[in-house]
Ligand binder design. Structure first.
Ligand code: ADP
Ligand code: MG
Length: 374
């Protein structure tokens, strides 16, 4: 059991490392830039962000595999900056499940325990406890070469938890697996976490994975923390355009708009388009005439109505996915995507009227990208 805290942590890889890995990066760029957060004891944290945003670097620093450039890290009250990896009581499972090919699965699981001089009966007890949690009990006598990708990944995670670490770190553990297998293993990881109650951090670029597994999500971009919150918070109250566009599939529409004042309140207007949509009343205090905003609205929160409260728009794209329909409308240079489960059918050029689900619209400052909602 453990609480982990990062305080103003930075990481800059030095040049030799850069040459070695042939990566192109601005000379002084930080792979991790002033990162601070706390993961409470027994929580399940997801670090989410696009490739290269510093997720693995963060995890490797926590594990002690990568030196930190500046800042402090604590497990509970203990500062761990200078603690060797083996003294941090951490279990690690990375994307590549480097299992030892000549050893059986049992011996792969036992390897680290033997290295710690654990007596064989205790090793057996530890393995017998963990194996059923990840459904690897039947694989114990086999060699890694006989296992499927999903089975190897289970063994990889079992190996990380067999030592009963205080903190479990998982780096994209499902990324090699196909859709169905990912879903099954995801559910099993969730169940395993409930049973062993070990503070767990999973790193992933897959929002579904993060949203379904974690109680708290940390969203990163360019080495910086963008938002930390529950899956619902980051989905419903994104603090900036990046988070808004990153969480949710299909992504939120983010469309430049100019506010126009009329006798009946305000309208969203769009450059290069005739479309005008009523601004929800609850924003009246926040907007003013000629103000530029980025309007954020999820495709399912754009409503096709017959109330004609907006000016007409022409359908540019219509796709039928069976369980939902996607309709696209050109708004100036942008495509406004709409999804609906209603049984509608359109062809290109059809005229429709739109409304926004007032509770579910977001306004961002186009200069800073930050939300202007309170
Ligand atoms: P993520 O896991 O989010 O994809 P990483 O933490 O692996 O991102 O990488 C963050 C940044 O640090 C990237 O720009 C990457 O190119 C750089 N980087 C990662 N590892 C090294 C390394 N060993 N040497 C130099 N640069 C690295
Ligand atoms: Mg990574």
């Amino acid at each position: 059991m453990a609480q982990i805290t990062l305080k103003n942590v930075y990481k800059r890889y030095d040049n030799t490392e850069k040459k070695l890995f042939g990566r192109k990066k601005a000379e002084n760029a930080f792979a991790v830039n002033n990162l601070s957060f706390t993961c409470k004891d027994r929580s399940f944290i997801g670090i989410l962000g696009p490739s290269g945003c510093g997720k693995s670097t963060t995890l490797r620093m926590i594990a002690g595999l990568e030196k930190i450039t500046a800042g402090d890290m604590f497990i509970d009250e203990v500062r761990i900056n200078d603690l060797l990896p083996k003294d941090r009581n951490i279990g690690l499972a990375f994307e590549d499940y480097a299992l030892y090919p000549p050893l059986t699965i049992y011996d792969n699981l036992a390897f680290n325990l033997k290295a710690k001089n654990m007596p064989p009966p205790e090793i057996k007890k530890a393995i017998d406890k963990v194996a059923p949690l990840l459904k690897v009990d039947e694989l114990l006598p086999m060699k890694p070469s006989a296992l499927s990708g999903g089975q190897k990944q289970r063994v990889n995670i079992a190996r990380a938890i067999v030592r009963q670490p205080g903190l479990l770190l998982l780096d994209e553990p499902l990324s090699h697996l196909d859709g169905k297998m990912r879903q099954t293993l995801r559910q099993e990881i969730k169940r395993m976490h409930r049973e062993i109650e070990c503070t767990t951090i999973i790193v992933t670029h897959d929002q579904i994975e993060a949203m379904s597994l974690a109680d708290v999500i940390i969203i990163m971009k360019d080495g910086e923390l963008q938002q930390m919150g529950s899956p619902l918070e980051v989905y419903d109250k994104p603090v900036n355009e990046f988070v808004a566009g990153f969480i949710g599939e299909p992504p939120m529409n983010l469309i430049p708009s100019v506010i126009a004042k009329t006798e009946n309140g305000f309208l969203f207007t769009f450059k290069g388009s005739d479309l005008q949509v009523q601004v929800p009343e609850r924003y009246n205090e926040l907007v003013s005439d000629a103000m530029t905003v980025t309007l954020g609205v999820r495709p399912m929160d754009v409503l096709i109505t017959d109330k004609h409260t907006s000016t007409p728009a022409q359908v540019a794209v219509y796709e039928n996915f069976g369980d939902e329909r996607r309709v696209g409308v050109r708004v100036g240079g942008d495509l406004l995507n709409i999804t609906t489960t209603e049984d509608v059918f359109y062809t290109k050029g059809d005229t429709i009227h739109l409304d926004f689900n007032s509770e579910k619209t977001h306004l961002f400052d186009p200069k800073t990208g930050l939300t202007i909602l309170k």
